[in-house]
Ligand binder design. Structure first.
Ligand code: NAD
Ligand code: UD1
Length: 347
């Protein structure tokens, strides 16, 4: 079993991935500055992973932009079992905020990644799985979207992700031995089926799923559906939602492949290949929670595409991975989390 460094491991996707990796027997060091998360998520991860797992989870509070903090993280691994690979989740992800404060986004997402890669290089660690996003495709010209589609982000968040992707490619060219996976996630949603860990956005959620579940639990009054006149079957936007546990397993598959095979630069979409509309999500959530989700159809949100759906064929071919969980399971598990933790980890 490997010793791994997980940046941003206390966050939404990181916490679920930590659980999957601990269950598989790996040893983890997490570095997180809790900018958008709580230490409570990792306490619950250790609890869910069962007896003995907490001995395989070290947590370092620190910032990936800070070389000394990263040194502490590398030093948290035992001397005879140094960090062999990194999964790099740490970053900022709110599109609107990135438009208002691009300096902060370039700093955390790009400078943070650059510092992490420099620290890895200094420690002779050349295996990294990077959290990229379908946002690098911008407004797609064709759907389903293949990995060969043009990279043309339309906001600072997307630009920063595309820049890190490029940095990783440059590194792979500059020096032999790098094992790199750039994973382009589509729309991660849901929670662990226990309802103990889940997504805990601060403030008003930007994304559909957390907004819908907060309406269901009574924290918000009604959903605004951004556009009812898209060229889609019911007029609302279509996305490729992926259960966060499927996504966590996708990281495990990517890491296993990198560690087993010759050095490579792997770039894959992690999505289901199936599009679901906003109104389909609302109806599915209503039937799970047994409550109406009041909504109003309003103007389209600037920067939105009508349809984004992954072509998941390459992930299946290269990783032997595909999504297994349904929309009903995304709603069931997301609701289990929201209902038991109406105010997230703070409640
Ligand atoms: P999240 O905000 O829940 O998790 C990110 C974690 O990184 C948080 O725990 C945060 O505290 C930590 N962090 C932020 N800046 C840091 C820093 N400077 N040093 C150390 N830790 C820091 O987000 P998430 O949804 O779990 O996303 C994880 C990654 O996946 C991000 O890089 C995000 O851009 C990417 N991604 C997310 C989505 C999505 O819809 N959730 C989609 C595509 C890509
Ligand atoms: C958004 C980001 C994307 C990022 C992704 C992370 C934008 C333009 N895009 O993607 O860069 O990678 O989050 O998950 O912000 N919707 C509503 N009402 C709401 C919220 C959303 O109708 O209150 C609709 C949207 O118009 C869209 C769908 O729901 O059709 C999904 O939206 P969202 O969850 O924000 O994800 P994306 O827009 O796909």
């Amino acid at each position: 079993m490997a010793q791994l460094l997980i940046t941003g491991g206390a966050g939404f996707i990181g916490s679920h991935t930590c659980l999957v990796l601990l269950a598989a027997g790996h040893h983890l060091v997490v570095i997180d500055n809790y900018d958008n998360s709580s230490p409570e998520s990792l306490r619950r991860v250790a609890e869910l992973a069962g007896p003995g797992a907490s001995g395989r989870l070290a947590v370092v509070e620190g910032d990936i932009r800070n070389a000394a903090d990263l040194e502490r993280a590398f030093a948290a691994a035992p001397a005879d079992q140094p960090i062999e690979g990194v999964i790099h989740f740490a970053g900022l992800k709110a599109v609107g905020e990135s438009v208002r404060d691009p300096l902060r986004y370039w700093d955390v997402n790009l400078s943070g990644s650059r510092q992490l890669l420099a620290s890895m290089q200094a420690h002779g660690c050349r295996t990294i799985v990077f959290s990229s996003s379908c946002t690098v495709y911008g407004l797609p010209e064709t759907v389903p979207i293949r990995e060969t589609a043009p990279i043309q982000p339309i906001n600072p968040y997307g630009h920063s992700k595309a820049a890190v992707e490029q940095l990783l490619a440059d590194l792979a060219t500059s020096e032999q031995g790098w094992r790199i996976a750039r994973l382009r996630y589509f729309n991660p949603v849901g929670a662990h089926p226990s309802g103990r860990i889940g997504e805990d956005p601060s403030g008003i959620p930007n994304n559909l799923f957390p907004f819908v579940s907060q309406v269901a639990v009574g924290r918000r009054e009604r959903l605004q559906v951004f556009g009812g006149d898209w060229p889609t079957p019911d007029g609302s936007g279509v996305r490729d939602y992926i259960h966060v546990m499927d996504l966590a397993e996708g990281h495990q598959a990517a890491l296993d492949k990198l560690m087993k095979e010759a050095p490579q630069l792997l770039t894959v979409n992690l999505g289901s290949g199936r599009g679901l509309s906003v109104l389909e999500v609302v109806r599915a959530f209503e039937s799970t929670c047994g409550r109406p989700i009041p909504y109003t159809i309003v103007e389209r949100r600037p920067g939105d595409a009508a349809i984004t759906v992954a072509d998941p064929a390459l992930a299946s071919e290269r990783l032997g991975w595909r999504t297994r969980r349904s929309l009903a399971e995304m709603c069931r598990d997301g609701w289990a989390w929201q209902n038991a933790n109406p105010t997230g980890y703070g409640g």
